[in-house]
Design a binder for this molecule. Sequence first.
Ligand SMILES: [Zn+2]
Length: 92
Amino acid sequence: MSPDRRQINDSRLSLFGHGKERLIAFVCECADADCRRTVTLTAAEGSELRQQGKPILFRGHVADEDGPLAGEPSTETSESRSPEAPTRKGSG
Ligand SMILES: [Zn+2]
């Protein structure tokens, strides 16, 4: 997936995202590089998707699974389990 469409959407969001109810025509960020669909969302909806790290997609289109959206480093969340030792005494 080319980052161009994401950059376009980012710039549109920063340009027009002042009024939350304002409609913005975003570009579909699906895996199809030739996709020219526009996705009309309100500024609030667009920014919400961005905050969640989700792509802006036309209805029914799917994002590229191989390409992680955000260029963030993968943070491994290690589940820290506290071992509970049974405190039983006595033979039984
Ligand atoms: Zn698309």
